[in-house]
Design a protein around this ligand. Structure first.
Ligand code: NAD
Ligand code: DAU
Length: 341
């Protein structure tokens, strides 16, 4: 099987590519990636010399790039997206472009040939904030950030191709991933690397927002199962059932990095900050026999070790584009009235 992995130079896509090439000798993978700030060639270094791997630098919004990268591919797994909620609040343009229109471009090319599966990677954020209970796949979508709204647009568009043209689409909605190679703008790698450097940990609001933390390998294993058992028209939730408040995550990070609690700063909240996400994962368990296997403290230990062992990877990022972003996003927050607490 030849698979087009879009966004394969990012966090989850590169973990998926490594796992799939290592575990499935008959699979060939073409990665199509625009290499935005979040996409990095070095994330794929380990597979670079594998004859079953090919890298194409290109944009999923560009029909020509998509057409040549998709040639001879049986299946597509679309990870490519703008993914950071805070950046979407700052400027939604690239989110709508990639996360909605990019999906349209991919689907249009996909349906020109007979292919087996278009797997659209979506997120639990499309359900919006869930104060109580667990979201199931039939629940109403109620996205509340520009990121979540654009991801909802992308998956609804993908599913409309199944309804309208019979395009074999499957959508997955995963909870918060963490693990090696995650760009350090996200909570866990930001706090881990700041803690390792003795820098402040900016905790938004009261720090009591809750997330369900899914180790990236568990997510990738679920996606491999979906690829191998394609059921067009299905939507699957993929979560770990391991909810922690951001305060609890911060405590565990401080412990893992051996850093002081004095580094924690309660700062101005994210606008429209979703309080909680939680998924009912019964369907993927029943149909595909998948469940997450990595306890959060264990996954966090592996992750902390990876960041400790791979300082050059994140120091290069933090001394480049990230520095400007960090100043803009956190400068005022850390200096503001709540910044000292
Ligand atoms: P990431 O930000 O680390 O990587 C995104 C990748 O997409 C990068 O390699 C980037 O260069 C590429 N990309 C962006 N725009 C592109 C374009 N126009 N054309 C081609 N490539 C482009 O993201 P991630 O955290 O690995 O997330 C991957 C997917 O999983 C996304 O669709 C995201 O919405 C979804 N998701 C992420 C999480 C999470 O916790 N990280 C959870 C659920 C779902
Ligand atoms: O739920 C799945 C989603 O998880 C994915 O679809 C997104 O792509 C991914 O970015 C992630 O979104 P979140 O907004 O939940 O992740 P983030 O790491 O940005 O934040 C996690 C929590 O930590 C959230 O409640 C906000 C808080 N936070 C985050 C940062 C970056 C802080 O308190 N301080 C911070 O500096």
């Amino acid at each position: 099987m030849r698979i087009l992995v879009t966004g394969g130079a990012g966090f989850i896509g590169s973990n998926f590519t490594r796992m799939a090439l290592a575990g499935r000798p008959s699979w060939r993978i073409t990665v199509l990636d625009k290499l935005t700030y979040a996409g990095r060639r070095e994330n794929l270094e380990e597979v670079e010399n594998d004859p079953r791997f090919e890298f194409v630098h290109g944009d999923i919004c560009d029909p020509n790039a998509v057409s040549s990268a998709m040639r001879d591919c049986d299946a597509v797994i679309n990870f490519a997206a703008e993914t950071h909620v805070d950046r979407s609040i700052d400027d939604a343009f690239s989110f709508v472009r990639t996360d909605v229109d990019g999906v349209r471009v991919l689907l249009e090319e996909f349906r020109k040939e007979r292919r087996t599966l278009f797997l659209q990677i979506s997120t639990d954020e499309v359900y919006g904030s869930v104060e109580k209970g667990w979201s199931s796949e039939e629940d109403r979508l109620s996205p509340r950030s520009p990121y979540a709204a654009s991801k909802a647009g992308g998956e609804l568009l993908a599913m409309s191709y199944w309804t309208t043209y019979g395009t074999p689409v499957v959508v997955t909605r995963a909870s918060n991933n963490y693990g090696p190679f995650q760009y350090p703008e996200k909570l866990i790698p930001l706090f881990l690397t700041n803690a390792m450097d003795g820098q402040p940990l900016p905790l938004y609001g009261d720090g009591m927002n809750r997330r369900d933390w899914l180790f990236v390998d568990d997510h990738c294993r679920a996606l491999m199962k979906v690829m191998e058992n394609p059921r067009p028209g299905r939507v699957y939730n993929i979560g770990a059932g391991q909810e922690y408040t951001n305060r609890e995550v911060t405590e565990l990070i401080l412990e893992a990095a051996g850093a002081s609690r004095d580094l924690v700063r309660l700062v101005e909240d994210r606008p429209g900050h979703d309080r909680r996400y939680a998924l009912d994962v019964g369907l993927i368990g029943r149909e595909l026999g998948w469940r997450a296997g990595t306890p959060f403290p264990e996954g966090l230990r592996i992750t902390a070790q990876w960041y400790a062992d791979n300082r050059p990877w994140w120091e290069t990022i933090k001394s480049g584009e990230f520095g400007e972003y960090y100043g803009k996003m956190y400068g005022r927050r850390l200096a503001g009235p709540e910044g000292g607490r």
